[in-house]
Write a protein of this length. Sequence first.
Length: 363
Amino acid sequence: MVDLERHARHVMLPQVGAEGVKRLNRSSVACIGAGGLGCPVMQYLAAAGIGKITIIDDDVVDITNLQRQILHRSQDIGIPKVDSAKRFINELDPSVEVITHQVRLSSQNASQLLKGHDVVVDGTDNIPSRYLINDTCRDLGIPWVYASIYRFEGQISVFNFNNGPDYRDLFSEAPPDELVPSCSEAGVLGVLPGMVGSIQASEAIKVILGIGETLSGRLLIIDALSTTIRTLNFEANQTMERQVQESETSEEELMFQSINPVQAIEKMNKGWKPFILDVRSEMEYNQAHLNIVNHQVSHEEVLSAVDSIPKDQDILVHCRSGQRSQVAILFLLQAGYDGSSLYNLDEGISGWAAVDPDGIIYG
């Protein structure tokens, strides 16, 4: 029996009503990760009356978690996060069924753990897990809500919803896992996971109820340092030349150029002087970089570095293989850069090293 009094404020909403409350009560959500993102997600989903919440996390509570992981308390240090989160949900609403799995999501267990859920919410902190979530959800036909946080910036989107794009349409290739810093390595503003996780919970509720406009086909970017929110639109099955559209501007199509190392070198030999932007991690840059680089910034932080990137000059953007640089160009387009002056280096620094090994400086 659904407690309509508990959810009276939802019943009052015409887009939800009593039937929507009952639908939420019949739904099941898998939350992968009970950390910074998973905590606000589970708190709001449980409060909203989701009938069944599955928690998947192999970690235990550490004192450094308490700065942002709001379901856990000082007395929970050393106990499994799934147990701490379950205790919180049970205290908030005993009617919510909570299933816990103190395991790490893997290719061996992902399908078994996720099947049967209406929505999957990503609260992980590593890129390989997101590709695993994406591919498993795609195979099972389950929509999933993605988010990532890095220092002061957060990103949110919805994948595999109503034949919409999936994670690989936005990030077709992952950087090496060892070169992607986690919160423990890069730091994160404590309130940021709460901001981002709350939006994830909202997206999950909209997906379940079939109301509003979800973030399917859109990447929401939150910059807590400048208190700005931006949206990038993207499509499924995109090619190397992506069409990008800023949500707050006209519907003019913006394109960027693709160029391989041989073409770039020939063009430079004829007098072309682009601004060279390396969007790999600082660790990768220190290991090896082009001897003509003008600026280095991680592709995730490009929007915070626009003051250092000229708008009156051609810009050659590169990463290791040409994938992350495409994402960086999406951000530059969204920031108002002219697509005709943006060049993505196909094959990245790996391709350049094969053509011009003397043009690489090794750390």
